[in-house]
Each structure stands twice: as structure tokens, then as C-alpha cells.
Design a protein around this ligand. Structure first.
Ligand code: PHE
Length: 378
């Protein structure tokens, strides 16, 4: 086994395992390894590769090693489309794991669906990743995570029931399917609970100065400020909000999970809560074993992305075991048949939309790092 690197067609392509000949099962990986959310891509890749390396060390699947061809989508939907075309048309992979952000998984899922190649997104939570504009299930597409209608409801319930919030302001990125979707789901759920949304404000992807929006929001003194975006934006917003004297408790979603968050936000993020897919403090033995294994290999605790990357790869490996010819249609059927499969983030059975039903963890940023608060079940 040798580690080979190839640069093809203008993409940085890393082939992590090359066994020579045609005796491997080729799988594509699409993640952001550069750009604004690169810690997400690195963690996801680390988790995926740990599972694949374990499978290959144990002899592979049905006598064949798994070869992962990784591409960088830079968290850009156009780049994602190009990466998908390369994997499907040139490398002829039999399945794809990816992408990370919903706005990239959306075009990738359309491509995989028309090519009839199964895709598992580890982390994209927007419902439309597995459902087309026509309302029909994209039946080649699956995910390892819960979806945002659930995540938004959990956030709203936590605000209303645990934080006793009666009013909330919401700020979201209008060009990010994840951010906009989660903002909408939170608002609907919070209002249903009896809460009042005092401001519902959007900004654009490249905005860095949020003072006008925050000044508007401050007038209503909301109990919480819900910021469903990724760590880089949330860090800036949190910092500027405190500078302007916004007193609200900050609340957000899985996009907050990054070792970079506290570096960007500083102490403004302390006391902020977010919903996530798992907590490394969960005492379940599966979780503790995973945390230890990951820490030994990569020198840090696995975040949710690493964990979901590992889980997505476990799901694919399990499906490959039940697809002796490793043909895309067989793999798709084997994925659909998975029931109560033990993953680190919980037991996975897909519903009719390719979504697992799982619980969510609520975590708090403190000066000592992330702290587990509670688990909320569907
Ligand atoms: N759920 C996010 C999205 O759909 C991606 C994400 C998952 C980010 C987990 C961080 C942690 O875009």
C-alpha cells in the first residue's frame, strides 16, 4: 500500500490509498479543504479516513481494498459541481461521501442522482439535499445527520423551555441554504411555542460589518440572538454584538462547531449555546472508544464533523459488504436496507427520505471549551 498523490484536471486530488490494478473499490470524497470553513473539511476527511483505514487494515471489503479519491470543493457550489463531474466521469467512483455544507451538497446530490451513483453526506442538514424541487425523494442520496427542521425545533425549545426566553432575534446569511433554512425553522418553532421574534435580519456572504443590523436588533432587547451560520461568521457577529452592547444570549446550530470559534469570537462566545450532533463527553462506550481512538491518531478530540465523517464511512462500508459486485445500484439498495446500525452518533435507520432519526446534543462555549448541556430526542 502506498500513499500516492495526483493533481488532475486542475483539481488538487489526493488519492489516499493506491493498491494498483483494478482491484480496488473507488469511492469519492468531496469536502472543503481550503476556503472559509476548512476545519469542517479537515475534520470530516480525518473521520472518513479513519474508518476506511480500519476497513482496509482488516482486509478490505469482499476481498477488495477501498480507494478514496478526495477532492476539495472550497465550500463553493460551482467547485463542488466540477469535483463531482471529475469523480463521476473520470474516476468512475461507485459512491461519493460529501459534501459538508448544504449549499455544496445540493448541486452534488443532483449530479449523483442523475448519474445514479449513491451519495452520503455526513453533515448537510438541509432537507432539500435528499428531496428534489418537485418534492420527490432523490433515491440515491442519504445522510448520516439529522435535518434542520428538527435542529431548529430543538434550538427553539431549548431557548423557550431552558433559557426561559420570550423574545428572540435572528440573523442569517441569505445566500447559504443551511443558514436561511435553519433561521426559518427556528422562527416557526419559537413562535409556535409562544415566543416572539423581534427581528429577522439577513446579510450577504461577504459581509464583515454587522453594526447596522446589530444596532437595529439591540433596540428590542431580545432575550436570545439566534445566529445559524458557520463559526467564521458567528465569531465576527458575536464579537461585534458584545462591542455594541447587545446583551442577548447567543444561540446557534452545528455550524458553530470548530476549534477556530473561540479564536475568532474571543470571550464574546462564552455563555453561547448551540445544537450539535454529538458530544465527546457522552459516556456511551461507543463514544468514549471513538474519542480515544481519534485522539491517539490526530492529537485532538473529534468534533461533530469528524464523528459524522466516520459514521458516514461506516455506513458505506456496511453497504459495500452487502453489495458483492460493488455496483452503484446494489450499494444504493444495501444502504436503504440498513436498520439500527450502530454508529458513534447514534443508531441509524433511514426514514423514507434517506434521513436518520437521531437525537441532538446542546453544548455551551465556556472559557474551558465546549461543555455538554443536555440531549434532546426527536
Ligand atoms: N449542517 C451544516 C450544513 O448543512 C454543516 C455542518 C455540520 C457544520 C456539522 C458543522 C457541523 O451546511
Amino acid at each position: 500500500m502506498s500513499l500516492s498523490r495526483a493533481v488532475l484536471a486542475g483539481f488538487a486530488t489526493l488519492t489516499f490509498l493506491s493498491c494498483g490494478g483494478g482491484n480496488t473499490i473507488k469511492v469519492g470524497l468531496v469536502v472543503p479543504l481550503t476556503g472559509d470553513i476548512k476545519t469542517f473539511g479537515e475534520s470530516t476527511r480525518n473521520g472518513v479516513m479513519l474508518a476506511i483505514d480500519e476497513a482496509n487494515a482488516g482486509g478490505g471489503v469482499n476481498g477488495k481494498k477501498i480507494e478514496v479519491i478526495a477532492t476539495d470543493d472550497k465550500n463553493d457550489p460551482t467547485e463542488t459541481g466540477n469535483a463531482g463531474s471529475k469523480l463521476l466521469d473520470m474516476d468512475r467512483v461507485v459512491a461519493i461521501i460529501g459534501s459538508v455544507s448544504s449549499k455544496c451538497s445540493l448541486p452534488l446530490s443532483d449530479k449523483c442522482q442523475s448519474a445514479k451513483i449513491p451519495m452520503i453526506t455526513p453533515t448537510s442538514t438541509n432537507p432539500k439535499v435528499t428531496v428534489g424541487e418537485d418534492g420527490k425523494r432523490k433515491d440515491y442520496i442519504f445522510r448520516a445527520c439529522f435535518i434542520d427542521p428538527f435542529q431548529g425545533t430543538v434550538g427553539a425549545k431549548f431557548a423557550y423551555d431552558s433559557l426561559k426566553a420570550k423574545t428572540a432575534a435572528v440573523m442569517y446569511d441569505v445566500g447559504n441554504d443551511y443558514s436561511k433554512g435553519l433561521a426559518d425553522y427556528f422562527k416557526a418553532a419559537f413562535e409556535k411555542d409562544g415566543g416572539k421574534v423581534t427581528s429577522f435580519e439577513s446579510y450577504a456572504k461577504d459581509d464583515v460589518d454587522f453594526s447596522a443590523l446589530l444596532t437595529k436588533i439591540k433596540q428590542f432587547s431580545p432575550d436570545v440572538l439566534f445566529i445559524p451560520d458557520y463559526y467564521n461568521k458567528v465569531g465576527l457577529i458575536a464579537r461585534q454584538a458584545r462591542q455594541l452592547g447587545v446583551k442577548a444570549v447567543f444561540l446557534g446550530g452545528d455550524g458553530w462547531d470548530s476549534p477556530e470559534m473561540a479564536k475568532i469570537a474571543g470571550d464574546a462566545i462564552y455563555g453561547g449555546y448551540f445544537t450539535n450532533h454529538y458530544s465527546p463527553d457522552d459516556p456511551r462506550p461507543e463514544v468514549q472508544e471513538w474519542v480515544k481512538k481519534y485522539q491517539t491518531k490526530y492529537g485532538q478530540k473529534p468534533d461533530a464533523l469528524a464523528t459524522l465523517g466516520y459514521d458516514a464511512a461506516l455506513l458505506l462500508i456496511q453497504a459495500l459488504k452487502n453489495a458483492p459486485n460493488a455496483k452503484p445500484d446494489e450499494i444504493k439498495a444495501a444502504l436503504g436496507a440498513i436498520k439500527d446500525f450502530p454508529c458513534v452518533s447514534g443508531k441509524i435507520t433511514f426514514d423514507e427520505w434517506g434521513n436518520p432519526i437521531k437525537s441532538a446534543a446542546v453544548l455551551e462555549y465556556t472559557k474551558d471549551g465546549q461543555k455538554y448541556v443536555t440531549t434532546i430526542n426527536p
